[in-house]
Ligand binder design. Structure first.
Ligand code: SF4
Ligand code: FE
Length: 487
């Protein structure tokens, strides 16, 4: 059995990283109050995988190692794996109420397994065996893997080689028998700091003359030449200067960094694509479909926490779910949340086997799911704010509640029903603040809009896969018009 314990995971992060925050290098980052919540979140994944009641969802048997592995390192060998993927994401979202950061590498692994197979079959390279060995190590050691796709992109109207600065898209700057040297950057790196490795992939379909940009590889986070710059989040300084209660989600959080590759050497055993432009479009689409399907699992899990918080807020205000407009709002949130999950499950359930022997999600349904995710969480958030009341934006600090001078005033005037201690009400309001307008809102709204591709990216895919011609033919057949295809 190769499941890492949460304790071993925490210990494995005790290493030196070239990580910067607020202009300074971060020492002992695993102890940093701003970073720790994101580590706690991933540790929760390792914890859930150890629990008997979640073994079926959180673990699987690897077809590579023949051993039990954490499902976040699993390659989908049947349709059931795809369904359990979104069930697992929902479960982890329910336990943390935030982004749990382990899905990008998961989706990248499944993408590169199939893409390396396709490249080898077409042109006789040996990327697939390399990738399998690399991924076997990940499964055997139960490593946390990130995924790195989004280049800074510079002037969006120009192709990568036409940028004023060629490094605005990550590219190969040197090659030898031993490996390659890469330069560039990747933005929006979810959970990178608390990962062991990352799978790097190109961000767009590349053309002739752009071979140096068609590169994919695996990399240790500690590689020489890597720089990470920590992304700010709303109210992040509360984690340093205020009582823990003022952070809202007192245990869990997520994390994003900007990643720079300053002539990083990648050994050839870790290179999974180098110049094969014709496979970049397929790679990007495959990854996008897997990752858009992931949102059909993670967002409903977080959504459950949003709905629970709204219901609890109403209850602690003395208004139970029996009040008709409150009940109706909880129903509306549930409809939206379960619609997202339905898309996740459906895109998994209609998955098909690819040439490499893995299962891929239904791309059209995954894109439609993600398109819904760009909208529904905003409405759910609005309804949570509605039920929680304006106090989410005006509540005094925890220090005021503890204060000898004014604490008793807050205790007196912020009591509601006699069953809810004011302290518990304080915690709930802070959690809702976190989820709606604070740190937690990143993972539920902005992330929902732009993560796994901004809304227009899905609409392009939907327009390609919507098969409007076939639908025209259906109508012509019903009308029995002259050029219809008779059946
Ligand atoms: Fe996973 Fe969702 Fe976070 Fe993406 S946003 S890494 S799918 S939890
Ligand atoms: Fe994401």
């Amino acid at each position: 059995m190769t499941l890492m314990t949460p304790q071993a995971y925490r210990k494995s992060l005790e290493r030196d990283l070239n990580l910067f925050m607020f202009g300074d290098k971060v020492k002992d980052y695993w102890k940093h109050p701003i970073i720790k919540p994101s580590i706690n979140t991933v540790a929760k994944i390792y914890e859930l995988a150890q629990m008997n009641e979640y073994q079926d969802i959180m673990t699987a048997t690897s077809h590579l190692t023949k051993d039990q592995v954490n499902r976040f390192t699993h390659l989908h060998v049947n349709g059931d794996d795809l369904v359990k993927k979104v069930q697992m994401q929902r479960l982890v979202g329910q336990h943390t109420g935030t982004c749990f950061q382990r899905c990008v590498g998961f989706d990248a692994g499944n993408t590169m397994y199939a893409t390396t197979y396709n490249i080898d079959k077409a042109i006789g390279t040996n990327y697939h065996e390399r990738f399998k060995s690399y991924w076997e190590e990940i499964q055997e050691q139960d490593l946390m893997v990130a995924g790195s796709m989004t280049d800074p992109k510079g002037d969006r109207s120009k192709r990568p080689p036409d940028q004023d600065d060629p490094d605005l898209y990550l590219h190969v700057v040197d090659r030898s028998d031993d490996g390659i040297v890469v330069r560039g950057a990747k933005a929006h790196q979810t959970g990178l700091v608390n990962s062991h490795r990352t799978i790097v992939m190109p961000t767009l379909s590349l053309r002739k003359g752009e071979e140096d940009y068609a590169v994919s590889f695996g990399m240790d986070i500690t590689a020489k030449g890597v720089t990470m710059i920590y992304g700010r989040q709303p109210s992040d300084l509360r984690k340093i200067y205020d009582d823990i209660e003022d952070t809202g989600n007192i245990k869990f959080g997520s994390q994003e960094v900007f990643l720079v590759f300053d002539d990083v050497f990648i050994p050839k055993e870790q290179v999974f694509m180098d110049g094969e432009i014709e496979f970049t479009g397929g790679l990007v689409n495959r990854f996008a479909s897997y990752h858009r399907n992931s949102y059909g699992g993670c967002k409903p899990g977080k959504g459950d926490v949003y709905i629970g918080a709204a219901a609890l807020a109403a209850q602690s205000n003395g208004l139970s779910g029996k009040v008709s407009h409150i009940k109706d709002k909880l129903v509306e949130m549930t409809v939206l949340n379960e619609t997202i999950f339905s898309g996740g499950v459906a895109s998994s359930a209609l998955g098909t086997k690819n040439e490499a022997g893995l299962y891929e999600v239904d791309s059209l349904l995954a894109n439609v799911t993600k398109q819904n995710v760009t909208r529904f969480p905003y409405e759910i958030r609005r309804l949570v704010e509605d039920l929680a009341g304006g106090i989410i934006a005006t509540l005094p600090s925890h220090a005021d509640f503890k204060s000898e001078a004014v604490g008793n005033l807050l205790q007196k005037y912020l009591q509601t029903d006699c069953e809810t201690p004011v302290e518990d009400r304080f915690k709930l309001i802070r959690l809702i603040e976190n989820l709606t307008i604070g740190t937690g809102s990143i993972a539920y709204t902005t992330e929902s809009l732009h993560g796994a591709g901004s809304p227009q990216a899905q609409r392009i895919m939907i327009s390609r896969q919507g098969d409007f011609d076939k639908k025209i033919q259906l109508v012509k057949k019903i009308l029995d018009t002259s050029d219809s295809i008779k059946s």
